[in-house]
Ligand binder design. Structure first.
Ligand SMILES: [Zn+2]
Length: 105
């Protein structure tokens, strides 16, 4: 086997490893998202009992397709780039009550 062929072989190997890793990462990301969305859907407003609860998103998010569809569904509402420790995590779209703490003590 020539040097060139070996180099090609190693390149193909590296690409296969990278592709496998990307697949695993995409699956992990999707599973993580499902967890986040399930957590949001499970929330009930402690003030009025409504299930129309959104998670407040702070900072600059990564606008993935999953993130955009969560925004479209109002599951996540962007709350701006700056945030403080006692900013709320949840908001009721029914009565506007907010609760939870971004960084619990
Ligand atoms: Zn409410």
């Amino acid at each position: 086997v020539g040097k060139r062929a070996k180099r090609e072989e190693r390149k193909a190997e590296r690409e296969a490893v990278a592709a496998a890793r990307a697949t695993v990462e995409a699956a992990t990301e999707a599973a993580r998202w499902e967890q986040v969305l399930a957590e949001i859907r499970a929330q009930r407003c402690p003030s009025c009992g409504s299930a129309t609860v959104s998670r407040l998103g702070y900072g600059l998010p990564r606008f993935t397709e999953a993130f955009k569809s969560a925004l479209d569904a109002d599951l996540i509402i962007l709350a701006g780039c700056s945030f403080a420790n006692d900013d709320p995590v949840w908001i009721c779209r029914e009565c506007k009550h907010t609760w939870g703490r971004l960084f619990p003590d």
